[in-house]
Design a protein around this ligand. Structure first.
Ligand code: CA
Length: 228
């Protein structure tokens, strides 16, 4: 049974959503405010989030961006505004799909199923093996990275970037791809990646001119090289 977190401040709509989702066999939890939703997602991650954009405490788009900062959970946005600009904003901020209010229970169920299918099973997303590359050992669950046994002190983004490159070792990955997958904000400047990359190089004790692990492939992207 997939678990859905419904984020909706209107008690009538919330009640209707609980009823529809329960009838379709989902486990349902609710939050009526943005901060409450973020807390729920951190403490007990659902399989999917249905997010109303008009919340009393935070702008819905900000909530969406904040969710993306902490989680890859699929988010289906319910919006009252059916205009192009709004929808582009939503998708760019990390929504997996959207529905324009009012929508039917059937549509909600179909969209949830599509989003869940694309995301894959939750336990698959959670199962992140320890990655060994050369002298590097990266444990995504414990969020630790060691170089020749010595633990590296990395910021959250540095860790995410290193873990991502290690999981894709020996493949050139474009900065755009990295921004989409690690930052989940593909429209950010390429420089964002470079800033974190140079910090990582410093912590790994290497230089761009003489890299051991982190190679820049000019005009294409970045590659974490596993063998010397
Ligand atoms: Ca609302």
């Amino acid at each position: 049974m997939a678990s859905v977190l419904v984020v909706e401040d209107d008690p009538v709509i919330r009640g209707a959503l609980i009823e529809i989702l329960t009838a379709h066999g989902y486990g349902v939890r609710t939050a009526s405010q943005g901060f409450e939703a973020l807390r729920e997602i951190t403490q007990c991650p659902p399989d999917v989030v249905v997010l109303d954009l008009g919340l009393p405490d935070l702008d819905g788009l900000d909530v969406l961006r904040m969710i993306r900062g902490i989680s890859r959970v699929p988010v289906l946005v319910a919006t009252a505004r059916d205009d192009d600009t709004e929808i582009i904003k939503l998708l760019n901020a990390g929504a997996d799909d959207y529905m324009v209010k009012p929508f039917s229970g059937g549509q909600l169920d179909a969209r949830l199923q599509a989003v869940l299918r694309r995301a894959g099973p939750a336990d698959e997303r959670a199962r992140q093996p320890v990655v060994h590359v050369g002298d590097l050992r990266i444990d995504p669950l414990a969020r630790t990275a060691r170089l020749a046994g010595r633990e590296l002190t990395l910021t959250r983004r540095e860790f995410d970037l290193l873990a991502y490159l290690a999981a894709n070792a020996d493949q050139v990955v474009s900065r755009r791809r990295i921004l989409a997958d690690v930052w989940q904000q593909p429209y950010l400047e390429d420089q964002t990646v470079d800033v974190h990359l140079s910090a990582l190089r410093r912590k790994l004790g290497e230089r761009a001119a003489r890299p051991r692990y982190l190679h820049t492939v000019r005009g294409i992207g970045i590659k974490l090289v596993s063998s010397v």
